[in-house]
Design a protein around this ligand. Sequence first.
Ligand code: TRP
Ligand code: ZN
Length: 476
Amino acid sequence: MTSSRSRRAARLGGAALAAALLTATQATTALAAPGNPGEPRYSAGAPSLGDPYFPDQGNGGYDVRHYDVTFTYDPATKVMDATTVITAVATQDLDRFDLDFRGPQITSLKVGKHPAAYRRDGQELVVTPRPKLKTGEAFTVTVTYAGTPPVVTDPDGSIEGWVPTDDGAFVPGEPQGAPAWLPANDSPADKATFTFRATVPEGVTVVGNGRLVSTTTANGKTTFVWDSAEPMATYLATVTLGNFVVNETTTPGGIPVYTAVDPRLVTQSAAAVARIPDILDYFSSIFGPYPFNQAGAVIDRAPDVGYALESQTKPIFSSAPGVGTMAHELAHQWYGDSVSVGKWSDIWLNEGFATYATWLWTEHTGGATAQQTFNGSGNYGRAATSSFWQIVTADPGPEDMFGNVPYNRGAMTLHALRGKIGDAAFFTLIKDWASRQRYGNASTADFIRAAEEVSGMDLKAFFDVWLFQKGKPVSW
Ligand code: TRP
Ligand code: ZN
């Protein structure tokens, strides 16, 4: 599932789909070119979707609908044996296409029933399907691989991908870790549904996104089947595994909650875990209905990771979180997971929203008001001379995308916007944003448009000061 354009196209039939996906330029070229106008014109899918922060990430020429990932993993040997079946639809006539894959040795690759030639070049897995694929054609890619999936290092030095722990593996994928363990179109702009079928030694628990469909134990091994029915960005996929104490409950508002906590962290994380139902119900009241059929959290011990991630339906924590971090990751389910960025420079739409949500939660529970937090020394109280003000909120760069600016200046932007347009318009805006952009990809420009629409105000100068200019805003 790609943009709203291709999601609309997905509801059309084959021929209509092909027509809907032809851009004006492509259509003109097709008419001007010699030869039979009805004949397919095969070419290679783009090896990138052109995100300047991660130029190799994502691929063109097809739209993934579903990933079905089956694997065994043994924490003792760190060896994975996996088969991933990708179901996709060609968006151009394809004689070649790329997947993103950083995983171990491939032993077989098929497109449909036919073994396909492939080669690996960095994170690109270049596939040559025969027969070739026609625009609008649905196809499967079956990739079998075995070995130890890698740890991936980010531009800021953080690690992600497949991170072994002392009792399993911690599996975060933002912004580029998912291809460590599954071949994928690794762009937030191509969401898909997922099924994971993970077999591990009996006693190990695997926690994936979505709902637990089944748990089957035989011959000392347990297979967990997790199904993510709502569209999900690849970076939000997880199959974090290890020793966990599992609990299931339902919030008073009716949201099912599955928590898995490392036994060594149960006491330290008890306060945050206990608040999950209240946080979810409070956010539902201000952001609109919880977007997925399952909620929860995975609290693990992965000391080298040092951050938490909003993995869809099951945020993962690399240590015992406080209530604020729990609220932050749960807020991301609306802002980040359901409504996602399409390009990484818009990361403030994820992090600014999740940060502002925790300000609101803090005020709601009798702590500092959002205004007091805005004024605080980590926020607007920072001196005008601080280097903090020298990073552009709406384009922080890959090294600072998870730095303070998208989080704190992002949250300040929302609080300042609330002051500018008033509480009624602001809370309508953020609720509408969650419902109108549900399961999709949205940009900063889309948000500015929505804010202007709801408020009836011209907000160009406001957003220019807060999002696009360096320097501490003095008036807006
Ligand atoms: N998105 C995460 C959060 O704020 C943080 C995160 C994801 C991160 N990947 C990262 C932080 C890589 C540093 C480096 O909830
Ligand atoms: Zn966040």
